[in-house]
Design a protein around this ligand. Structure first.
Ligand code: GLC
Length: 741
């Protein structure tokens, strides 16, 4: 449709029709089997017949039937929008977003997002509620799993890559979907790591650290945005007029559709920000929220507020036109079924090509934290794979709403496949034994959707431990397959402890007591306190929520067919008491001396724990052994419009090929606001064979030095800086330069 036709359509619509275009119904209103992502109840027919969109439904034929029936009865035959959470895979499930952050490869994420869009679009989906661009610093928050981590620069690259992958250059094409960047804004700062809570952060922190990734997604063309459940400055984001109309639409120039999070408008009443749902409707709409997801505030109150002049029909028309325009950009007026095609979906779903991509993504996302005496890659002998994740199929995340666990590859399946395919020694192990070792969870564990309880917990675990000891007896090396449960990270899974279940820790101790070589795999959606696992494992590999090809990708790395190259996208603490924990922190007025031997009385420290992360942002080992030369600079002064070059020589002194990620950080020694001790500004990945060297050059320019200054704008300030190039954020490989005005 041409724009003037859209405007004419809008003019011809009744007030009720306009209002209902701004109502998003839970999928259950149209399909009982829809993915449950929020509270649902029976929807009145007057709303259902005119609602503008729905969420949680997929299935090409099902959506075609719903859409056909809906359009036929709609007074202006306006098609429905179908939206779904496709955040790291639809049929083919890729590693969770935090794992993708560990790859430091936005190009890979873009390709994975493209596959997600193809599968979801063929399955009838028009819009995905992704990227989740929230900066995260508190591992107690279970939704860190859905983010790409604690660094604004990595998050910006990843968010933009996802938008490009989902949308391509034309969202009306059947292989693309529209993307919805979320949760605006700063949901990752929810206090105490608890969902739906307040976020207390300064304007300069909001702008300097949190807003960048949303901006990157918007600049990449995200067609929608979603408000977040938290408050900023005491005002719920879903009714935060300055944040939504002035910042999001004004400064960030977002002109797409703004949807609330599920029932967030109604929840303004629970917040004590609206006295009733009518006032909630008024405040959210005035603040700029176009679509009410999952509540009846707009459907029950918006028309009356416009009719009695409390809300302007002009604002209503603008909101409705944005929704109509999105439907038009998707081509729904010409083809209301978009990409929905059962046969095409069957052809695309879990194709060999997509599986191969997912397997590669798993390999690149794994982070090797320990590898004492080169315990990895496995080098022959008999191996016992022990632990609940040896056979666990649910290795995706709770947000992989369409994942069929039976399509996931378990550790056991991948090992058996490797053994069967092994020519002499190619699998790097001669024989394999398997044992569950213990239950995945402690008894009476509270999970996202239910409490786990087993009446036979004690005897089951006694039997499982005996089997594990028996398997261990037969093996030279033990691969312990451990991790938090799938429903212990994601929405509504905040935790006050970051350890593995006690029953798994008990298994670990028993296995460590055997004196055998211990390789520990950790499946997790968040940083954990690894403690004795790290102390007593010969090798420790973080596997995240790896998705469909988890078993294959992990065994590839264990067997040396791929070298681990992942780098931590979030700091791993010594203790949960350190949270929130992040590398780009302030120095404080009394920094604790880096040299632990020096007295630290009356400095910023803990009595019982280091300040630093156990494993810092950007850290990850490879099967090589790369070292860096001291950094050299092409100049020790820089002016706007100029560039200086920072160079290092990287040498792989190991015997095996390795892919390293060299990270360039900058420290601003003094500014009109306190500056972080380091900020990642760019990075480069390089693959080096054993013994190979390379010189890498990084360009440093003035724009890298800009921050939210005391003038309340992004700008650089003359002064001294140190530029570091290292293999993680703890690097001290630095050189100083001065920015001149
Ligand atoms: C949930 C989540 C949001 C998701 C939405 C729709 O409450 O906060 O990330 O996209 O509802 O499922």
């Amino acid at each position: 449709m041409k724009n003037e036709e859209l405007v004419a359509l809008l003019k011809d619509m009744s007030l009720e029709e306009k209002v209902m275009q701004l109502v998003q119904l839970p999928g259950q209103a149209f399909d009982a089997s829809a993915a449950v992502t929020g509270m649902t109840k029976t929807v009145p027919e007057r709303i259902k017949r005119l609602a503008g969109s729905t969420l949680g439904i997929h299935g090409a034929d099902k959506i075609r039937q719903i859409q056909k029936a809906y359009i036929e009865q709609h007074p202006h035959h306006i098609p429905l929008l179908f939206m779904l959470d496709v955040i790291h895979g639809h049929d083919t499930v890729f590693p969770c977003p935090l794992a993708q952050g560990a790859t430091f490869e936005p190009e890979l994420t873009e390709t994975c997002a493209g596959v997600q869009a193809q599968e979801a679009s063929a399955d009838g989906v028009h819009v995905t509620f992704s990227p989740m661009a929230d900066l995260v610093r508190d591992a107690r928050w279970g939704r860190v799993m859905e983010s790409t981590g604690e660094d604004p620069y990595v998050n910006s690259l990843m968010a933009a890559a996802m938008v490009r992958g989902y949308q391509g250059t034309d969202i009306s094409a059947p292989e693309h979907v529209a993307s919805c960047v979320k949760h605006f804004a700063a949901y990752g700062a929810a206090e105490a790591g608890r969902d739906y809570n307040i976020a207390e952060l300064s304007e300069s922190t909001l702008r300097g650290s949190y807003l960048g990734a949303y901006k990157a997604a918007i600049d990449a063309g995200a067609k929608m945005a979603m408000t977040s459940f938290n408050t900023v400055d005491g005002i719920p984001c879903t009714a935060h007029k300055r944040l939504l109309r002035d910042v999001l639409r004004g400064e960030l120039d977002f002109d797409g559709v703004l949807v609330s999070d599920f029932a967030a408008i109604k929840e303004l009443v629970a917040w004590g920000y609206a006295k009733d749902e009518g006032e909630a409707c008024e405040r959210a709409f005035e603040a700029g929220v176009d679509v009410d997801m999952g509540s009846e505030c707009y459907s029950n109150h918006l028309a009356a507020l416009v009719e009695n002049g409390k809300l302007s029909e002009k604002l209503l028309d603008e909101a409705v036109l944005r929704v109509l325009r999105l439907k038009n950009e998707l081509g729904l007026f010409e083809d209301p079924y978009h990409g929905a095609d059962e046969a095409r979906h069957a052809e695309l779903a879990l194709s060999a090509k997509s599986r191969a991509l997912a397997r590669q993504a798993v390999q690149k996302s794994l982070v090797l934290l320990e590898n004492k005496n080169n315990a990895l890659p496995l080098s022959g002998g008999s191996i016992a794979f022990i632990g609940p994740y040896a056979d666990e199929r649910n290795i995706q995340s709770m947000w992989a709403v369409n994942c069929k666990p039976e399509t996931n590859v378990t550790i056991r399946e991948a090992v058996i496949e490797a053994l069967a395919a092994a020519t002499e020694g190619s699998a790097n192990f001669a024989s394999a034994h398997f044992a569950g070792g213990c239950t995945l969870l402690d008894n009476d564990s509270e999970l996202a959707f239910f409490r786990y309880h087993s009446d036979t917990f004690e005897e089951d675990n006694k039997r499982l431990l005996a089997e594990a000891l028996d398997a261990a007896e037969k093996a030279d090396t033990l691969v312990l397959c451990l991790g938090e449960g799938m429903l212990q990270s994601g929405e509504s899974t905040s935790r006050t402890q970051l350890t593995l279940p006690a029953i798994q820790q008990k298994l670990f101790k028993a296995m460590a007591a055997t004196g055998k070589r211990i390789i520990t795999l950790v499946f997790t959606g968040r940083p954990l306190v690894l403690g004795e696992l790290a102390d007593y494992s010969d090798a420790l590999l973080v596997c995240w929520r790896p998705g469909t090809e988890g078993g294959h990708g992990i065994v590839d790395v264990l067997a040396g067919r791929a070298s681990p190259e992942g780098k931590l996208p979030m700091s791993f603490p010594y203790a949960v008491g350190q949270e929130p924990l992040y590398y780009n922190h302030a120095a404080t007025g009394r920094p604790r001396p880096a040299d632990a031997a020096k007295p630290s009385l009356f400095t910023s420290r803990y009595l019982d724990c280091p300040n630093e992360a156990r494993y810092p942002f950007g850290y990850g080992l490879t099967y090589g052994d790369c070292t860096l030369s001291p950094i050299t600079l092409s100049a020790n002064e820089l002016r706007a419009g100029e560039a200086l070059t920072a160079s290092v020589t990287v040498t792989n002194t190991g015997a095996r090929t390795a892919t390293e990620t060299l990270q360039l950080y900058i420290r601003d020694h003094a500014g009109s606001r306190v500056r972080p001790v380091k900020e990642l500004k760019t990075f480069k990945k390089i693959t080096l064979a054993g013994g190979e060297s390379a010189v890498l050059h990084f360009t440093v320019t003035e724009d890298m030095l800009r921050f939210w200054s005391a003038n309340n704008r992004f700008e650089s300030e003359p002064g001294d800086f140190t530029v570091f190039v290292g293999l993680d954020s703890a690097t001290q490989n630095g050189a100083q330069f001065t920015l001149r005005s």
